[in-house]
Design a protein. Structure first.
Length: 375
């Protein structure tokens, strides 16, 4: 090979190497994965960000962590020191309290979702949650509460419709209201984190709070895939590929419960009876709104295996999977179209349950009407 030819080959090679390096750098940027786990809202919250420079992703997760800690403190129904704790104390004393705009907004949302559910989802039943002992981080032990204690709390009829929200000033017409946002706080909080990440220019991320998930963008060149847990055995019932901006929330009575004399008491309470839901094992809702999906998963668990389609339609959610105590898989057409088996096939055949026509919301026109609508 002549000297000139060798020089040409050399120049060609270095150009190729430069291009390869560029492509690799681009690829590494795309594949850049930043993962962090926080313990908030009584669960582990995992945040995964893809395709950002490490310092950008680190700053974004630090801000998300800070926001989640603040919300956990401010929205805690039982710890003094937070805004919600102060509001609950004010409600008992019949006082109005001016709260921060985030809490006012989440209470409005909670009231609307409660109304739409006909009161089956009702964050005003905190006293019942406390009586059953589901307010603590650890599940309760021992015997269930006395029937008379439950009846006394039900007789006081606490409901979200008792709240009066005037801008950021909140009061309750009923001192028996004790706000516990546990049924949808995770969803509302993850929605806020996702909005914050978007505002910081993050395009691709997944927020996972113990199996409740919000996704943004995609996982590289494929969608984010999440699994729905099998409530009976260790593993997944199915996988779902989520489009950008979608969320998947699951409520179940297989995680937080206690057993007494062979009976299982789970942490989702039926506001009509004051007792934990029976029968349903898990309800998953696929939606584009975390707060609504979370509230709906709770409400549909309360609604039970016969009434849930009506409540789903009233709440405006269309993709639902319910797993019953006997292992039946009930899915709406919109959910059925999205479920992929994890192994060879689903653990049981899917029973397709169409939803009724979207109903006029089971609306609350005034104080106290919410629950009757569902009875
Ligand atoms: P998870 O937290 O396991 O996702 P949920 O979203 O269903 O489950 O929330 C359950 C929590 O919601 C309970 O621990 C309690 O604080 C509260 N809660 C229980 N029953 C209701 C109800 N009918 N409406 C609103 N909140 C409820
Ligand atoms: Mg919920």
């Amino acid at each position: 090979m002549t000297r000139t030819r060798r020089r040409q080959v050399g120049a060609g090679l270095s150009a190729l190497v430069a291009i390869l390096l560029l492509v690799t750098a681009q690829h590494m940027r795309q594949a850049q994965v930043h993962r962090e786990t926080l313990y908030v809202f009584g669960t582990l919250v995992e945040i995964e960000i893809r395709g950002e420079a490490p310092e950008t992703a680190r700053a974004a997760t630090a801000a998300a962590g800070q926001l989640l800690q603040e919300l956990h403190r401010d929205w805690h129904a039982w710890q003094p020191g937070g805004t919600l704790g102060a509001l609950n104390a004010a409600i008992v004393q019949g006082r109005a309290l001016r709260v921060d705009d985030r809490l006012a907004a989440v209470l409005r949302r909670g009231r609307d979702l409660s109304c739409a559910s006909g009161g089956l989802f009702d964050p005003a039943i905190g006293r019942l949650v406390g009586l059953w002992g589901f307010h603590a981080d650890m599940p309760p032990t021992g015997a269930p509460p006395e029937r008379a204690e439950i009846a006394a709390l039900l007789a006081a009829r606490p409901r979200m419709t008792d709240l009066r929200l005037d801008g950021q000033t909140v009061r309750s017409t009923n001192p028996a209201v004790h706000l516990d946002l546990g049924g949808f706080a995770k969803g509302a909080a993850l929605d806020m984190v996702a909005a914050d990440l978007r505002a910081r220019g993050i395009a691709n991320a997944v927020l996972n709070a113990g199996g409740d998930v919000n996704v943004m963008g995609a996982h590289g060149d494929r969608p984010w895939r999440v699994a729905i847990r099998d409530p009976f055995v260790w593993g997944a019932v199915a996988a779902v590929s989520l489009a950008p901006g979608e969320v998947l929330y699951t409520s179940g009575n297989y995680e937080r419960y206690f057993e007494h004399e062979g009976e299982r008491f789970a942490h989702i309470l039926d506001p009509r009876t004051g007792y934990p839901v029976r029968q349903i094992v898990s309800v998953s809702v696929l939606d584009t709104d975390g707060a609504r999906a979370d509230a709906a998963a709770t409400a549909l668990s309360v609604a039970g295996p016969r009434d849930w389609p009506r409540v789903a339609a009233a709440m405006g959610v269309s993709a639902v999977l319910m797993i019953t105590e006997s292992g039946a898989l009930l899915a709406t057409p919109d959910m059925a179209a999205r479920l992929a088996p994890v192994g060879a096939e689903l653990p049981a055949p899917l029973q397709i349950v169409p939803l009724p026509q979207a109903q006029p919301a089971l609306a609350c026109a005034g104080p106290g009407v919410g629950r009757q609508a569902a009875l």
